[in-house]
Write a protein that binds this ligand. Sequence first.
Ligand code: F3S
Ligand code: ZN
Length: 145
Amino acid sequence: MMVQLSSLDFKPKPIDRDFLSKPDEFPVNGEHVGHAVRAQGTQRPDMDGAPYPTKLGIHGTEVGVDWDCCIADGACLDVCPTQVYEWALNPGQIGTGNDHKIEKDSDEWNTYRTDKTDMIREKDCIYCMACETVCPVQAIKITPP
Ligand code: F3S
Ligand code: ZN
């Protein structure tokens, strides 16, 4: 089940499609299960210009997902033909509805708000663009090498 936008205290903003060419704004400052993380810990604005409640940054390079924008819709995991993605907080699980559910005001809520899709097999991406196209909040930018 998709996380209802009304249950969130932020408005997801589409990923900056040029994040790879903006190293000042999106420096690589982390690593997560083999892929780069950019702008982790940075306060960024949501769609309304209000500060995002999370500071997770963008995971991945060729397969880039803005984790502050991702609301655990799950469609990206459903459509990927090479199973690039897994749920970050529910390891080994893919698919809509299999995201780890987070209790409001818990530590997980403070850090993540919702589960996030994670490109644990980024190198298996065949650049079909299915995930980028299907994400309802445009959290994904695929950049072929
Ligand atoms: Fe997140 Fe969009 Fe996938 S909201 S789980 S990146 S379809
Ligand atoms: Zn990651």
